[in-house]
Design a protein around this ligand. Structure first.
Ligand code: F6R
Length: 586
């Protein structure tokens, strides 16, 4: 959830660290800080707010030195304040660290270290790493040994980068991402390649349970027992060039507009994997699919599709709930995991539970170097490029694209979907974004928005509600229209807005009837449909397509609506409050 970065090279560290942190802010953005090493001294500046705010308020750029570490935080332990912001110094100030993840046994370790006269300033679990490294460094005077001893005492999931008293950078990875960049101006150690994308093309991906040491003599990698490890240097994929907003005002807008292209690219280059994936599913005795948030909503679409067109039953499991149902999984089961980041802790946990019970794991992921990719038997890539906006947009439609391709390979009944046609329908909807912006102006004062949809459109209603919540902070709820009379109808009055996801297919009349019932209670209806109706106070037109293809198309106007409503409400669509892109804590 946090981002960490380290740099050692021949140019000013703060410049590099600050620009890298800005690119990784999607991982957490409640506070930020930098520490640099120069003249045998570590200097720290940090504060509350986004990187740019902290940069201006503390003048980060004035920190001297060509070696440094930086951090953006998503608070887990301790409030959002300057003391809890990273980097954290050891009590003697000789070692500084930045940390991503959670140290489960920090309380025990803290007590032990306090008894040894190491003191703490913050409420964080992270500060323990600084003092533990310092303790082992004080006793061994050996950087390598102090890191090995430290990681062997830490419990939890983490990655960290530390600056040692001679300016050496030491980093370790345990179930959190850590990537090393090798560029002409130096070394980079970061949570994401975006941290150093402008400065290095060559990367090393350390495995879980590995340590990296970087100084002016070079780079050294070894495992937690101290055994040296070797990794190939690979080139960063060109797709990361997409990590720029270009002329778009926000990443979210850019990513919404990329979808006509990204749905076509989904699963490309992985035909063999797609086929193996499809074959494995075909033969599976029990099939489960898991994900969180948006990825879970895509899983619900998969459930519908496989049942309707392939008579194949898939049980959907919300990843964070899997721990309560370990008995779902056995040797006969196949678990499909959906995740944009491949790093969501809840998803990883669900997968581990299934794997420990002998199930096979297949995944659909955007980040193919992620932890989830490493623990899956087969992974298929979304191939949609980095998604920086915290709210998932293009990754959702790319997930649908891959799911449809796999379903198409195994279902007996042909699924009518043509990605080229879907792509041009998406383009048409995007072309009417200014019309949708007008609707956004009217919903900005709503306190509640309900979204109804039946059949395959129900997961889209859920996804629509999630987008509206995240981007506008308006309470939004997705419902199958038929459920209204069983309770939610009591909520409808003239203050309510209801979005009816209502394409002209087998669900059309049912949804229209529900919309009529709601309108009779005074609510305002926004119809998303290919045909107009007097029931709608607002009609957002989508092109006519076939029933199975509508989900791709009907989510687009809702993403646009949520985006523009966020602007109307003066919230930042790229960085919604309290959220982070890659949720690596449980
Ligand atoms: C919603 C959103 C989140 C993520 C969820 C899972 O817009 O972004 O709900 O979908 O945290 O993330 P991944 O797919 O990376 O596992």
């Amino acid at each position: 959830m946090c981002s960490i970065i380290g740099y050692l090279g021949d140019i000013s560290a703060t410049k590099i660290l600050v620009s890298g942190l800005k690119r990784m802010e999607y991982r957490g953005y409640d506070s930020a800080g930098v520490a640099t090493f120069a003249d045998s001294q570590i200097r720290v500046k940090k504060g509350v707010g986004r990187v740019e705010q902290v940069n201006i308020s503390t003048n980060l750029q004035t920190l001297p030195g060509n070696i440094g570490i930086g951090h953006t935080r998503w608070a887990t332990h301790g409030g959002v304040n300057e003391t809890n912001a990273h980097p954290h110094l050891s009590s003697s100030g000789q070692i500084a660290i930045v940390h991503n993840g959670i140290i489960d046994n920090y309380k025990e370790l803290k007590e032990i270290l306090q008894n040894r006269k190491y003191f703490f300033k913050s409420e964080t679990d992270s500060e323990i790493i600084a003092n533990l490294l310092q303790y082992h460094y004080d006793t061994t005077k050996d950087i390598r040994l102090s890191i090995i001893k430290t990681v062997n005492e830490l419990k939890g999931d983490y990655s960290f980068v530390a600056v040692f008293p001679d300016g050496t950078l030491g980093a370790a990875r345990f179930h959190e991402p850590l990537i090393v960049g090798v560029g002409k101006n130096g070394y980079f150690i970061s949570s994401d390649v975006l941290g150093f994308i402008e400065h290095a093309d060559d990367v090393i991906y350390p495995d879980n349970g590995e340590i990296v040491i970087v100084n002016f003599n070079g780079i050294e990698l070894f495992d937690f027992t101290g055994m040296p490890v070797r990794h190939q240097i690979t080139k960063i994929s060109k797709e990361f060039a997409d990590a720029y907003k270009g002329d778009y005002a926000h990443f979210t807008l850019k990513e919404i507009f990329e979808q006509p292209l990204t749905v076509l690219r989904a699963g490309e280059n992985t035909r063999k994997e797609l086929e193996s994936f499809a074959n494995a599913i075909k033969d599976a005795k029990q099939l489960y699919i898991t994900g969180s948030g948006t990825s879970y909503n895509a899983a619900l679409v998969a459930k519908h599709l496989f049942l309707k067109y392939g008579k194949k039953k898939i049980e959907t499991i919300i990843s964070s709930e899997a721990r309560f149902y370990p008995d779902y999984f056995d040797k006969q089961s196949v678990l499909i995991a959906l995740s944009q980041s491949g790093e969501s802790a809840d998803v990883i946990e669900a997968v581990k539970i299934a794997k420990n019970n002998g199930s096979s794991i297949f995944s659909i992921i955007n980040s193919m170097t992620s932890s989830l990719a490493q623990i899956s038997s087969i992974s298929v890539g979304l191939n949609c490029g980095p998604e920086i906006g915290v709210a998932a947009t293009k990754s959702f439609t790319s997930q649908l694209s891959v799911i449809y391709k796999i379903a198409d390979m195994i279902c007996d009944t042909q699924i009518e979907f043509d990605l080229q046609k879907i792509s041009s329908s998406m383009n048409k909807v995007l072309g009417s974004h200014l019309e949708i912006q007008k609707v956004a102006r009217d919903i900005k004062h709503a306190s509640d928005i309900y979204i109804i949809g039946r059949g395959i459109h129900y997961p889209i209603a859920l996804e629509a509600a999630l987008k509206l919540k995240e981007l506008t902070y308006i309470h939004a709820e997705g419902l199958p229209g038929g459920e209204l009379k069983h309770g939610p109808l009591a909520l409808m009055d003239s203050n309510s807005f209801v979005i009816a996801v209502n394409p002209n297919d087998s669900t059309y009349m049912d949804t229209l009837t529900s919309a009529r019932e709601i309108k009779a209670r005074g609510a305002k209806i926004i119809g998303i449909s290919d045909i107009p109706s007097d029931v709608y106070n607002y009609w957002i037109e989508i092109p006519k397509t076939n029933e199975s293809s509508y989900p791709f198309v009907e989510i687009i106007p809702i993403q646009i609506l949520a985006y523009y409503a966020a602007l109307e409400k003066d919230t930042d669509p790229d960085y919604p409050r309290n959220l982070a892109k890659s949720v690596t804590v449980k």
